[in-house]
Ligand binder design. Structure first.
Ligand code: PGA
Length: 253
């Protein structure tokens, strides 16, 4: 039986004061939720604050990006080992905003994925189609390709070490959520596809849905058989909303 997982993606939001208030609300709200796992992926400068506040709680933390290099003359980049220094468990890889705004290709995402696995960080690997791709009926092809590139690099055994987030690009930050049935269909496709490589590993794989998950649609999404939780953007910045989503995961079968 897979456990549900809810991870907040704060993106480039926050301040020391706002984070403190948000995390206090989250900690109080999720205290005692034992049936699911929780995390937040925060901007680099706040990792120390988040580590200090979440240490010993049931909320893990991580980053939203990393360098594929161990160290070196890479101005502005952050190495996997640096994330470990701050107790990170998760790192988001291949988010559509990184792909679109920072021109990260499938190959770069694959190199970063590899670096995360080597450092024993859990990559939350994002896949998803644009609206144009959905409308041209190539959703499955696009996602298959995104998966293939990382697994070619990292090898099949990486399936046991990763989390996948299915994030249709047209649903991110738009208030347009995929319907539970639309999301379920893609999640089932992803699991089936990976089951061709290893059935048992694919059964154990955690596949999150991301894209306008809110308190009022989380329960329905999480009730679908192949949706194992959510990667939450906007709603993770509001303690009550995020806690309500965590509660839906904690109560889901
Ligand atoms: P959203 O973002 O929940 O604000 O749509 C999700 C994401 O980008 O991970």
């Amino acid at each position: 039986m897979r456990r549900k997982l809810v991870v907040g993606n704060w993106k480039m939001y926050g301040s020391l004061a706002r984070n403190k208030e948000l995390l206090e609300g989250v900690l109080q709200g999720v205290n005692g939720f034992k049936a699911a796992d929780f995390g937040v992926c925060v901007p680099y400068p706040y990792l120390a604050q988040v580590q200090a506040m979440l240490h010993g709680s049931n909320v893990a933390w991580g980053a939203q990006n990393l360098s594929q290099h161990e160290q070196g003359a890479f101005t502005g980049a952050v190495a996997p080992g640096m994330l470990l220094d701050f107790g990170c468990r998760y790192v988001i890889i291949g988010h559509s905003e990184r792909r679109a705004l920072f021109h990260e290709s499938n190959d770069i995402a694959a190199a970063k994925f590899d670096a995360a696995i080597k450092a024993d960080l859990t990559p939350i690997f994002c896949v998803g189609e644009t609206l144009a791709e959905r409308e041209s009926n190539v959703t499955e092809e696009v996602i298959a390709r995104q998966l293939e590139v990382v697994l070619n690099h990292a090898g099949v055994s990486a399936i046991t070490k990763m989390v996948i987030a299915y994030e249709p690009v047209w649903a991110i930050g738009t208030g347009k959520t995929a319907t539970p049935d639309q999301a379920q269909a893609v999640h089932a496709f992803i699991r089936q596809r990976l089951a061709q490589l290893d059935g048992q590993m694919a059964q154990g794989l955690c596949i999150l849905y991301g894209g306008s998950v809110k308190a009022n649609n989380a329960e329905q999404l999480f009730s679908m058989p192949d949706i194992d939780g959510g990667l939450i953007g906007g709603a993770s910045l509001v303690a009550d909303e995020f806690v309500a989503i965590c509660k839906a995961a904690n109560g889901a079968q």
